[in-house]
Design a protein around this ligand. Structure first.
Ligand code: HEC
Length: 191
């Protein structure tokens, strides 16, 4: 874990998105795409490491409680580390606090989903809005572990785990996913 964090902090120096490391103009779109891609890969890695540690140490049910209390802090510290606002959103939500913030995000979710289904691509996209750059990247159910909390209720998700999910997230819609399904997207808003 310590090793992971030193790696994590080290990577910040490489992929910081402070304005002084990136010029704000159109020709830099590719740069933002690269930055966004690196930041989301790092963030995904951070979440996965914490999640698997929680599962190993305490089991799936407790890992859900862990997610419930810690994920938003993890996202905040990732945002702090990378000097961007980093979020995850979806059209099939577990936590309504992760809802799309506006119509643009809903449309982007639909487009990335369609693009993934039709062209099998998970490539991210950069959009400029009000002078700020925003990076979007699909999140895919890329491993069986995801299904223990997002798969078929009472099959992949055990009844105990399902009970815990429903207790913490009474409006949960984030079940019934299959391996390689489109799950949602990362949103990285650059400063
Ligand atoms: C231990 C159970 C567990 C596992 C395993 C798990 N998740 Fe989740 N997931 C959750 C919980 C709980 C939340 C709600 C977190 C919160 O409160 O913000 C969540 C939220 C999410 C969200 C944010 C959108 C939303 O619906 O609120 C995405 C995207 C997501 N998970 C994708 C994945 C992917 C992809 C995997 C596999 C790599 C995965 N999850 C594995 C429990 C899990």
């Amino acid at each position: 874990m310590k090793y992971f964090f030193s790696l994590f902090v080290l990577s910040v120096t490489l992929w910081s998105c402070k304005p002084n490391s990136t010029k704000v103009n159109n020709s830099n779109k590719i740069n933002y795409e690269e930055l966004g891609n690196n930041i989301t890969a790092q963030s995904q890695g951070a979440i996965l490491t914490k999640l698997s540690t929680a599962i190993q140490q305490k089991g799936i049910e407790s890992a859900i409680i862990y997610c419930n209390t810690n994920i938003s802090n993890i996202m905040d510290s990732l945002s702090h580390v990378y000097h961007c606002k980093i979020r995850r959103t979806s059209l099939k939500l577990r936590n309504t606090a992760n809802s799309p913030r506006n119509d643009d995000e809903v449309i982007m979710l639909q487009q990335l989903h369609e693009n993934y289904v039709n062209h099998k691509t998970t490539q991210g996209r950069v959009v400029e809005r009000d002078g700020k750059f925003i990076y979007y990247k699909p999140i895919i159910v890329m491993m069986n572990t995801c299904l223990k909390c997002h798969g078929e209720p009472n099959q992949e998700i055990s009844s105990n785990v399902l009970k815990k999910i429903q207790e913490l997230y009474p409006n949960d819609q984030a079940t019934g996913f299959k391996l390689n399904d489109f799950r949602g997207m990362w949103v990285v808003e650059f400063e």
